[in-house]
Design a protein around this ligand. Sequence first.
Ligand code: FPP
Length: 246
Amino acid sequence: MLELDREKLPNHLAIIMDGNGRWAQERMLKRIIGHQKGVETVRSIVEESSLIGIRYLTLFAFSAENWLRPRSEVKSLMALLKKYIAMETPRLMKNNIRFNVIGDLRELPADVGDAVQSAAARTAENTGMVLTLALSYGSRQEILTAVKRLAEDIAAGRISSETVDEKIFTTYLYTYGLPDPDFLIRTSGEMRISNFLLWQLAYAELYFTEVNWPDFGKDEFYKALGSFQARERRYGLTSGQLRNRS
Ligand code: FPP
């Protein structure tokens, strides 16, 4: 396995977990079996990330558009989520991981919403990695909601439009309090962002792998992190400027 430089890990890793359905279909299995295998990958990547010292991990678990999938698949995914949260909370406690969610939680079935809130409350004092699940999440919806709330605050005189800058705007996003991701991984060969963290990913390094999420094991994870470590992050500056800064 690749040797990693612990000093140069992403601070906030975001992952689009894709390819559960294809993994199953390639094996003549039902799609839900792919999601079940996907949960095992979630478990191992969460544990490994926390172990190596990643501070923030955000997983795209269910998009706003995923509600349009066949009802039976949505139902199974919701049941899996609830089960995962209930089963993992003791492990999150043991590993000092803080659980967090972003998305339009009003859309979730009540029992899933309750499970999510209770896991967030139970782990709220943990000081290790912050694990965020994006649930019923769409980035354009998030930005629109932020704009509407900001407009209300301006109309009510709580804030002046003159003072609105990037820093203030981000306080209206679901991700308020989280740093921007510096690394995004997407599995299964699709090279899209798919309405995920459009504002927050502005400067992130992107990594795409052909491997489907259920097959995204430790080796693949280390390969992705190795790729991140080999990159130079310039934020619009030149290499020379960067060298002079350090
Ligand atoms: C993409 O595979 C994956 C999802 C839509 C959901 C991801 C969910 C899990 C990994 C399981 C539950 C999550 C947690 C955090 C416990 P796909 O169905 O889009 O695959 P396809 O593109 O091959 O059809």
